[in-house]
Design a binder for this molecule. Structure first.
Ligand code: GRF
Length: 195
């Protein structure tokens, strides 16, 4: 059996997608293992999921660095030191510098709670409801310099129901995110999709 790809996960918050990736990686046939979780926020909920699973964690606060480049360079060093093959952003709330994105191009993926290219940025579910769309969903894509863009790996759709609030829609989409991210990571590490 070939060696598993080493995954680094970047988070900023509760880490429910991280949790679903951790669960997927417990399957011996899954082609990837998470070896490092980095949060830019101390006390982020996801850090607990990682340590409960025995995964190394690091807090690298963007506030400790004078520039985006300096912060990204600290992340880059931590990822390289851990021998990371592929990076998953899972609710990571910082925008990367172009040089970081270039370095990791084709080896960094992100999950976004809409059917991209619709509804980029924040307040995504509010945007979807305001636009009156009947379907929304989630997207896993390779990270490109422009936020929430880059080649799409996989998407999953859910209905937007009459009376939905941003919260009810978010919960429906999140359930799909938890299935989609492990699938998309598998496709990426097996080289079945390319940036
Ligand atoms: C998810 O909805 C993800 O798509 C977005 O941020 C949220 C993170 O949630 N990028 P969690 O921290 O994985 O629970």
């Amino acid at each position: 059996m070939s060696a598993k790809s080493k995954v680094g996960v970047l988070i900023s918050g509760r880490g429910s997608n991280l949790k679903s990736l951790i669960a997927a990686c417990t399957d011996t046939n899954y082609p990837a293992e998470i070896v490092l979780v980095i949060s830019n926020v101390a006390g982020a909920g996801g850090l607990t999921h990682a340590s409960n699973a025995g995964i190394e964690t690091k807090v690298i606060s963007h506030k400790a660095y004078p520039s985006r480049e300096a912060f990204d360079s600290a992340i880059d060093t931590a990822l390289n030191d851990a021998g990371i093959d592929i990076v998953c952003e899972a609710g990571f709330m910082r925008i990367h510098s172009e040089s970081f994105v270039r370095k990791w191009q084709g080896r960094i993926i992100n999950i976004h709670p809409s059917l991209l290219p619709a509804f980029k940025g924040t307040h995504v579910h509010e945007q979807a409801i305001a636009a009156g769309v009947r379907m929304s969903g989630c997207t896993v894509h390779f990270v490109a310099a422009e936020v929430d863009s880059g080649p799409i790996i996989a998407q999953s759709a859910v209905p937007v129901l009459k009376g939905d609030t941003p919260e009810t829609l978010a919960a429906r989409v999140l359930e799909e995110e938890h299935k989609l991210y492990p699938l998309a990571l598998r496709l990426a590490v097996e080289g079945r999709v390319r940036a």
